[in-house]
Design a protein around this ligand. Structure first.
Ligand code: NDP
Ligand code: HSE
Length: 433
């Protein structure tokens, strides 16, 4: 049977890994796909560098449009990253009737709706397993394996860089800056790690997961995003003492009022599964009404783990290439006409437990006044610890029961106005799945 002809845009970390895996496992992949998957041309910026890496027997160009416009190519694999050029190339590939495989979460979280609509209209597939949690087949699990379920929530560690930083800060007492420098040195963090540490990368991935879990449009702009740059080592240590660990979680939950869609540092019980996902590993918990909780764990980034996902997409596309487009698995798990724009709740309407750390003057009546303000806002205290006072200053940490975020905000405003407060309150969210 004629081979599937692939044009590879990018031969960096993921593109290089994809090339290696396709070569090394060619026989096994052909047995699974039913025909050979053949990379016929590669686009890069630096042709000489690519030539030195992959040799002479494949075309290499510095013009990615050559690939996208090549009538012999069946599948375009976009692994150059970024948004502007990647979008233009993907849209043109679709327009030219080619299937697309991409690991570009930034592109899909921003322009997914337009891209998937164009692909559906043209009857081509856009596959993106590598875009979320690298090598973990979470897209396939939600889109296909859990399709019987009404999914209730998805929560996960979906950024390896920040998980590595938090692990180092907790286990070795490193500062944020030291842990980040180490992550960069080890190649986990990007040269510009802004999207990682500010939670944007996780929010892009979460947005795609939410869309597939609940059948809602891809809407990154409605996600609440808080990264780990403001996280204090004191709170990591304090959480540990209270039996918790702090993880950067992406959480999306269906509630009667709408969908929660949020990324932020979160206290989780130290003996829970997510608390024990360490270093640069990723893990995603999915709760469905029929199956209960399921867990997906593995490497969320890197050359061959991400290539594993990209090649799985190539096999899927190859298998379904000749299927009637109307009978293929929908891009975002739900049939496009069944996607419903359920409102995404603002962070004020989110409900969870809270960790509040306060620095106060060590004097009589302080606790009573704080408890009164919490009570006025309808917030119930779960527990409280006080660190031994130091030079007249006491550190109080409260764990609340579940509360609405807007009520916590109201209490914080009132408490911060009290005369014995030494600084602003540190507030973190707490989840027990
Ligand atoms: P790299 O920066 O390592 O590689 C990018 C590649 O694209 C390079 O080969 C580069 O060429 C090429 N390239 C960039 N711009 C152009 C252009 N205009 N024309 C032709 N070639 C171009 O990126 P990654 O492999 O790390 O990431 C690729 C995608 O995969 C991104 O969307 C990323 O978010 C996603 N991803 C990455 C993961 C990872 O672990 N790195 C994990 C999951 C997803 P040259 O080498 O000549 O500069
Ligand atoms: N920068 C991402 C991470 C890798 O640290 O998880 C790809 O998604």
């Amino acid at each position: 049977m004629k081979s599937m002809k692939v044009g590879l845009l990018g031969l960096g970390v993921v593109g290089g890994g994809t090339w290696n895996v396709l070569r090394r496992n060619a026989q096994e992949i052909t047995r699974r796909a039913g025909r050979q998957i053949e990379v016929v041309c590669v686009a890069v910026r630096d042709v000489a560098k690519a030539r030195a890496r992959i040799g002479e027997d494949v075309c290499i160009t510095d013009d990615p449009y050559e690939i996208v416009n090549d009538p012999n190519i069946d599948i375009v694999v976009e692994l150059i990253g970024g948004i502007t050029t990647a979008k233009a190339l993907v849209m043109l590939a679709i327009e030219n009737g080619k299937h697309v495989v991409t690991a570009n979460k930034a592109l899909l979280a921003t322009h997914g709706t337009e891209i998937f609509e164009a692909a559906s209209a043209k009857g081509v597939m856009v596959a993106f397993e590598g875009a979320v949690a690298g090598g973990i087949p979470i897209i396939k699990a939600i889109r296909e394996g859990l399709t019987a379920n009404r999914i209730e929530w998805v929560a996960g560690i979906i950024n390896g860089t920040t998980n590595y930083i938090l692990t180092e800060m907790r286990s070795r007492g490193l500062s944020f800056e030291q842990a980040l420098a180490q992550a960069q040195h080890l190649g986990y963090a990007e040269a510009d790690p802004t999207a990682d540490v500010q939670g944007i990368d996780a929010a892009q991935k979460l947005t795609l997961l939410a869309s597939m879990a609940f059948g809602i449009p891809v809407q990154l702009s409605r996600a609440y995003v808080e990264g780990i740059t403001e996280l204090n080592a004191v709170d990591i240590a304090q959480a540990e003492q209270l039996g918790y660990r702090i993880k950067l979680l992406g959480i999306t939950r269906r509630r009667a009022e709408g969908i929660e869609l949020r990324v932020h540092p979160t206290l989780v019980p130290a003996n829970s599964i997510l608390a024990n996902v360490e270093d640069a590993m990723n893990a995603v918990l999915v709760s469905g009404d029929a199956v209960g909780q399921t867990l997906y764990y593995g490497k969320g980034a890197g050359e061959e783990p991400t290539a594993s996902a990209v090649v799985a997409d190539l096999v899927d596309v190859t298998r379904l290439h000749t299927a009637d487009p109307g009978h293929r698995v929908p891009h975002l798990a739900f049939q496009p006409e069944s996607v419903v724009d359920i409102p995404v709740l603002p962070i004020d309407e989110v409900r969870c437990a809270y960790y509040l750390r306060l620095s106060v003057n060590d004097q009589p009546g302080v606790l009573a006044e704080i408890a009164k303000e919490l009570s006025n806002a309808g917030i119930s205290i779960g527990s409280m610890v006080q660190q031994p006072p130091d030079q007249g200053e006491a550190s109080l940490t409260f764990l609340t029961h579940q509360a609405l975020e807007k009520n916590i905000n109201q209490a914080m405003l009132a408490i911060e106005a009290l005369p014995f407060m030494r600084s602003k309150i540190t507030r973190l969210r707490v989840e027990e799945f």
